[in-house]
Design a protein around this ligand. Sequence first.
Ligand code: CP
Ligand code: NVA
Length: 308
Amino acid sequence: MLSNIPVRHYLQFADFSADEYAYLLQRAEFLKAKFKRYETWHPLHDRTLAMIFEKNSTRTRLSFEAGIHQLGGHAVFLNTKDTQLGRGEPVEDAAQVISRMTDIIMIRTFGQDIIERFASNSRVPVINGLTNEYHPCQVLADIFTFVEHRADIKGKTIAWIGDANNMAYTWVQAAEILDFKVNFSAPPGYQLDEKLLSAQAKKHLTVFQNPLDACKGADLVTTDVWTSMGYEDENQARLKAFKNWMVTDELMAAAHADALFMHCLPAHRGEEVAASVIDGSQSVVWDEAENRLHVQKALMEFLLCGKL
Ligand code: CP
Ligand code: NVA
């Protein structure tokens, strides 16, 4: 069934304004509280979410599937291996067909161009569940988690230690929209591509050679795997290049005393993060994972019903 509100997609963090994020964050808080009280809330009664996975997932699949169910709807899981996408059906054709049978679509794929082509041919909202370039749902959950544990993220400093991957680019986009700072540190050869950053976003970014310097004064230290999905052939080279970019207790000690640690998960203890940090008192990784559920419920509700 077609919604009567204009179709909006969520393909990257920059797709929404600061005002819309303020709404989504307070809505996620509202929906989380309802969930904790076991209160039924079915604004998406009878709606169907198609979830298309071209890469593996635990959290994204679970949080979207549980989330649409809790909102009164239903999820259909599709992956490359079992669908005609894996046999070369054009993404444009798949989008036409899938969007005629469902109300909202989430895709995890490779290049951002794929999700953009899909969205251009979809008559229902399309959500980015991770591409090579961006992971907006995760950063939305991370910011909600920061707000829950501390306060508004505006004016705060985030230290990103590690690869210039989909999470890093999304944090930089978020810094521009929500007005905070990103201290970035990665080994030579694994830096952010400045051509992919807006002039405005660059004003919120400081690049450090030494990861310890990047952590100084940070309110949040965050990292991610050294080798993202799709880059497995580079794993051996990356293990060598990134060996001094592990988030250790020493790095956490350089940040503010009350700094939080986040990781989108899955994590590799002893590579990008020391076990003592991810399992330590400053780590909020389990809240971060849970909050995927709550922010994505707010996101699906917003895309299909607008502001309630
Ligand atoms: N963080 C995240 O997106 O996890 P999954 O790969 O398990 O979905
Ligand atoms: N950067 C990682 C995130 C996994 C959730 C990847 O793309 O594999």
